[in-house]
Write a protein that binds this ligand. Structure first.
Ligand code: ATP
Length: 511
């Protein structure tokens, strides 16, 4: 069953995934806190991303940069001068709104790339109204810089101004030379980073989708400037199907088309093998962690949306209940950032290319940049389902992939008398899996509680455990049960978490 974003926020709070930040003081717009289950789920998502993108790849390394750094980084990157959204305020109720959002919502037009003047004209001509009070008395549009300012050191003042990082990516560029010199990397290679980013968003909305404090998982992938289109990995991804929404399809009001990556390349829809490679790699990461592929598409930026330094950009989009929205941008940034930092720092950013025996400033051919909180929402939406229980009541089953489920195994004594044995079983598994011990309530209720938070397996200790040394394992998604010997428990659970079918783990229990 599909739920909307507000219902998801309610569910997340009720079950301990996410709470409004500082709620006892009325909350704080754009800020949320992850509760016990949410913190674990988010950590699992980030660990999986790091393993898939950094640890499992020979051409990737990772860094962990500081949140506050020399403000010159943000001058060089262009964030101090130009990292803004166009804002418009209502003269009647003082509500601040993002001009692109109200224009898109009320007029149904794409508004990315429009200037303040364009917005002023549209808002006046088409009678766009305040989203809060409905008034058409809106002020003039102005650009609002999204960087959060702070002061470093004991004296406040212009000289002490620094910024909370607006993205993690700039730290990759600022550390580029250090990383290359200490990691013996050869082109092509990527540098990854995950961590907090901060944007003083004009209108945070849609729960975790648009926050003022959020987390990113970003990669800058560097290639030789003369080999910008030579991706050696195209063969690995050529048969993977993507729902493609090219700039041409958007301009001619056509529907997106499902096609293999190889077809998109042959037809010249995707012009660079690296882009196809990264778009597939990213979609696959989601799919392998249990997201539904049908809810993903790749959308090319139209010319009017593209940054001036970018020759092509594709977004990975997800079908949220409030529409198709960006999860991740995969942009071609050429050598724009390294050149900017070279200019401002006066430090050489070129590297020696062994093959051509020349110094080159590498190109960033792709910048897969993903918001953790948006990924968190994807996994929650795609996992959320309901079924009828034995009494015909509708119950929630959160079908999270076992690899990221916050609780992997719950150990339940059938009745209180069996607690000693259950504790013994718990002790044998708790070091290997994320486990939860639950003794309170009927076993049916405990199963239901575990289904709601996405625990893939419950291990029940019953009288047969005492008499015959066997345990009952119950599967969240099917409610089926199998019997397993105590001494085999860890091995069977390992098999399950490695992908083995639940039914193959032991002897089926007939209902
Ligand atoms: P949007 O158009 O949605 O504001 P953006 O194009 O400004 O996003 P990028 O600067 O490309 O976003 O940031 C990379 C990724 O970081 C985004 O694709 C998104 O997943 C995440 N992200 C950006 N801003 C936010 C935010 N305010 N809250 C949560 N995640 C965000």
């Amino acid at each position: 069953m599909a739920i909307n974003i507000d219902e998801m926020a309610v569910f997340c709070k009720k079950k301990g995934f996410v709470y409004p930040s500082s709620e006892i003081y009325g909350g704080f717009s754009g800020f949320f806190d992850y509760g016990p289950l949410g913190a674990q789920l988010k950590r699992n998502i980030m660990n999986s991303w790091w393993k898939y993108h950094v640890q499992d790849k020979e051409d990737m390394v990772g860094i962990d940069g500081s949140i506050i750094c020399n403000p010159k980084v943000w001058v060089a990157s262009g964030h101090v001068g130009g990292f803004g959204d166009v804002m418009v305020a209502c003269k009647k109720c003082n509500e601040n709104m993002r001009a692109d959002h109200i224009v898109e919502d009320q007029l149904g037009v794409q508004a990315e790339g429009l200037s303040s003047e364009d917005f002023d004209k549209l808002i006046k001509e088409k009678d766009v109204k305040c989203t809060k009070c409905g008034s058409d008395e809106l002020g003039d549009c102005k650009v609002f810089n999204l960087l959060f300012k702070t002061f470093v050191g004991p004296v406040e003042g212009d000289k002490a101004v620094a910024y909370l990082r607006g993205e993690t990516a700039q730290l990759i560029f600022a550390n580029f030379k250090n990383v290359v010199e200490t990691s013996r990397l050869k082109l092509p290679f990527g540098i990854a980073q995950m961590g907090k980013a901060f944007r003083n968003e004009i209108a945070p909305r849609n729960f975790l989708f648009r926050l003022r404090e959020f987390e990113q998982m970003e990669i800058e992938y560097f290639v030789h400037p003369d080999k910008e289109k030579e991706c050696p990995y195209v063969d690995e991804i050529k048969d993977y199907e993507l729902l493609v929404y090219s700039a041409e399809m958007q301009e001619n009001e056509k529907e997106p088309v499902l096609m293999k990556a190889s077809v998109a390349l042959e037809k010249g829809i995707i012009t660079n093998g690296w882009h196809a490679f990264w778009l597939v790699t990213e979609t696959k990461w989601f799919e392998e962690l249990g997201a539904c592929k049908e809810n993903f598409r790749i959308r090319q930026h139209r010319k009017d949306e593209m940054a001036h330094y970018s020759s092509d950009c594709w977004d990975l989009e997800y079908k949220f209940p409030f529409g198709w929205k960006e999860l991740q941008g995969i942009a071609d940034r050429s050598d724009f950032d390294l050149q900017q930092h070279m200019k401002h720092s006066k430090k050489d950013m070129s590297i020696f290319d062994e093959e051509t025996k020349k110094k080159v400033v590498p190109f960033v051919v792709a910048e897969p940049s993903l918001g953790v909180d948006r990924a968190f929402l994807v996994f929650m939406f795609d996992a959320y389902s309901t079924r009828k229980d034995e009494k015909g009541n509708e119950v929630t089953v959160l079908k999270l992939n076992p690899k990221i489920a916050p609780v992997q195994v719950a150990v339940l004594p059938l009745i209180n008398k069996l607690q000693d044995k259950a504790r013994e079983v718990f002790a044998t598994v708790k070091n290997n899996f994320n486990c939860f011990y639950d003794k309170s309530g009927s076993v049916g209720r405990r199963y239901a509680r575990m289904d709601e938070i996405g625990t893939p397996i419950c291990v029940t200790v019953d009288f047969d455990t005492l008499e015959k040394g066997v345990l009952t394992l119950r599967n969240r998604d099917t409610a089926k049960q199998v019997r397993v010997k105590i001494e085999d428990l860890n091995e069977k659970l390992n098999l399950f978490f490695a992908g083995e079918d639940f039914e193959n783990l032991g002897t089926a229990v007939e209902k």
